[in-house]
Design a protein around this ligand. Sequence first.
Ligand code: SF4
Length: 431
Amino acid sequence: PNIVPDVTCTACGCLCDDIELTIEGQRITAAKQACALGKSRFLSFRNEPRPTCFLQGQPATLAAGIERAAQLLTAAKYPLVFGLTETTIAAQRAAVAIADWLGAVVDATAGDYHGASGLAFPKVGESTCSLGEVKNRGDLILFWGTDPAESHPRHFERYSLQPAGLFVPRGRADRTCVVIDVRQNKTAEQADQLIAVKPGSDFEAIWTLRALLAGIEVDPEQVATTTGQSLDVWKQLLAQLKRAKYGVIFFGAGITQTRGQHANGDALRALTRDLNRHTRFVCRLNRAECNSSGADNVAAWQTGYALGVNLAQGYPRFSPGEYTAAAVLTRQEADAALIVSGNPLAQLPSPAKAHLATIPLIALHSQFNSTTPAADVVFNVATSGIEIPGTMYRFDDVPVPLHSVFTATQPSDHEVLLAIEQRVKELKKSK
Ligand code: SF4
């Protein structure tokens, strides 16, 4: 067997780059260091030739697929370029360039979810850090509306709870961990304290902490009724937060996809900013997809905005909630879609899914999923990080290189997208 060290796993946003693979023939037979999620990604992979392109479910040549995709996209009045979170930055860059030529709406899979982040950033600013700083400095870790024990299985081991760091040499023993959630989740089992809040009351809870921090009197009865926890619990938590030398708040869909949505993101960032008057505090969104951060960064380089961007007027307009994919599809405005990685038919809300199933669809992915049968053109592309190298952004915006451990049997999505872009350009110029 061939042993390949330091391979990057792309099964979640942690992008662990310490995986040791054992290769036997065309298969991976062991993935040391990987968690169960990572192992299943590596061990299920087969480096075998497979049809590259399908038109209406029938195998076709790559050239025919590229021509059909370019024709469908240029014929559309309101095209949507969507997905992007599970591919390399090179492919993301090519996809945004296609959107630019088409005057399309471009959005990432988790656009609505991350919209909270996108809106809060210009309004409130951001006190943030890399996961390296969390590892070396973080002595109070607060998980709010996120369950990394499920979504990022090695989060604790590599970054947040267990590793010994420069200022936390005893690892877990030097850290306090608090979970705020509506229920006892898997992360709470590893925490020192769980504060269970009433569903949909995160904004009120955050605002209570901000008020206490600012020395504003609050009504104990109202706090208990709205948040489900007594004022004393919030006072004790605040004292604990202020005692930290380096506090870190990780948040997730439990905040950004519940009542309040982007207002919750604004509030949490504002609380982090306020806490910096007392001690050092940072906050980070726990992103599950392997390259959500890359999608934001690439879209921001090329359009000025991270997601939910409409390029129809020849200049970018940014409006999460209006130009995010779910909204554009629910309003039945998009009339063709280019899906780059991911499985939107499994992820979007029902009305958006229903419309997506009625419009011309071009899908690029390395594994068939429930979106595949609905697509007019399917490109079965090489697997990033196993068959092709590249770069992805970890969820703390740190770029991580991917290596290839096999020779690809398929073209990469980057190559297919460049070819579509070239043909779209020609068709646009000839009109
Ligand atoms: Fe892969 Fe995520 Fe597990 Fe790391 S934590 S091995 S990136 S699935």
